[in-house]
Design a binder for this molecule. Structure first.
Ligand code: ZN
Length: 232
């Protein structure tokens, strides 16, 4: 049997489950953020100030805090050494926004200290770019060329790179959040009673990365079921 039927064979249910898991995690982080975005921090600092202060305290002075468009698009870019805070966070004084900013500052500290999982992750970027770009074209080409096993296998393994990359991402994300909570708590930037809210926001954010792993792993499982042990 050719698993060609427009990629809508019964195993497609795995892809749908993956999309559902990722969607639920995304809804959860959006809801959690918006809930605690309504809670102003008692010290009334902005998220941008919090990020600046955390980096100054860590002795980092080569990273700029910048304002970027979008909602929850906050990120740390090690390439150009910018900590980017989105519309919702930048000027916000909410505990949610400060938590997110502190998380990104956690990435900046990881980068500054040469945190090994982050270096591994960066080194893996070219591989994952290859994997995510080439995987499905290779599989389709292999199918098109009369089920060329070699091409199909390379395509399936290329997709495995995406799964591995997302797994390597997990410790980087969890560690950035742990640093954020510790710094906000120890520095007194937030009051102790505000810390649980930060934990909830950052946990919801971390779960989106776990969901991404599950979702990609399900897609990979599907490829294995379809193409893994064909002996025809
Ligand atoms: Zn992160």
């Amino acid at each position: 049997m050719y698993p060609m039927m427009g990629f809508f064979d019964p195993t497609y249910i795995l892809v749908i489950i993956g999309i559902a898991i990722a969607g639920i995690a995304q809804m959860n982080v959006t809801n959690t953020f918006s809930k605690y975005d309504k809670v102003g921090s008692k010290n009334n600092i902005t998220a941008a100030d919090a990020a600046e202060k955390i980096m100054t305290n860590a002795g980092i002075n080569d990273i700029r805090v910048e304002h970027i468009a979008g909602h929850l698009t906050d990120n740390y870019n090690p390439g150009n050494k910018t900590l980017n805070l989105s519309d919702a966070s930048f000027q916000s004084t909410s505990v949610a926004a400060i938590g997110v900013a502190a998380h990104e500052a956690g990435h900046a500290i990881q980068d500054n200290k040469g945190y090994l999982p982050m270096r591994l992750r960066s080194a893996f970027v070219p591989l994952v770019n290859f994997g995510s770009t080439a995987s499905f074209p290779l599989i389709l080409l292999g199918m098109f060329l009369g089920m060329n096993r070699t091409l199909i296998q390379i395509g399936v393994y290329a997709f495995a790179l995406v799964v591995i990359f997302q797994i390597i991402t997990l410790p980087v994300e969890f560690n950035a959040s742990m640093r954020a909570v510790r710094i906000l708590s120890d520095s007194g930037m937030l009051r102790q009673e505000e810390i649980p809210a930060v934990k909830k926001v950052l946990t919801a954010a971390a779960l989106t990365y776990v969901a991404a792993v599950l979702s990609t792993a399900l897609q990979f499982l599907r490829l294995l079921i379809l193409f893994g042990n064909r002996r025809d």
